[in-house]
Unconditional design. Structure first.
Length: 154
């Protein structure tokens, strides 16, 4: 935790250097600077997420490797962040779920036999109308299977 706190320069004087022997006490400016540095360190430590929690250290550094697991928005079927987090927090393993529940939880959304052709999604007239409303303009090209342009009905 001390590594993540901001570095504060503290004044330091080696005893016996730059002073007479009878003046080996700490000057006021040095005491004030040390007190200011301690107050800055204390303020930085109290602003942390793990402040006041015994035996807990939360790293506040940005983890590049973990950033790929964050989503900017909530995925489609979920309405709120809490519902999404609740869904991904549920364990899926065989040791925590009965066999039938495990199979249901890990079954793919689309079941197709090997070799079956899956037709691509077609751009419907309803989708074109919705796109025109949301974008504020016309949709020029809509493609279907094979990448051929779709002719508009006249």
């Amino acid at each position: 935790m001390a590594e993540e706190l901001p570095a504060v320069d503290e004044p330091s004087v080696m005893p016996g250097w730059g002073m007479w022997a009878d003046q080996q006490r700490e000057p006021r400016w040095m005491r004030d600077a040390r007190a200011k540095a301690a107050a800055e360190r204390k303020a930085a430590a109290s602003a942390r997420a793990d402040a006041g929690k015994a035996h807990v250290v939360i790293s506040e550094k940005w983890d590049k490797k973990a950033s790929k697991y964050f989503t900017p928005t909530v995925p489609y079927p979920f309405a709120t962040k809490e519902l999404y987090e609740k869904a991904i927090r549920a364990p899926l393993g065989r040791d925590t779920n009965p066999d039938r529940a495990f199979r249901d939880l890990t079954r793919p959304a689309v079941l197709k036999s090997t070799g079956v052709v899956i037709e691509p999604i077609r751009f419907s007239a309803a989708a074109a109308a919705e796109a025109r409303e949301t974008r504020g303009g016309s949709v020029r090209v809509a493609t279907v299977a094979g990448g051929k342009p779709r002719r508009a009905a006249r």
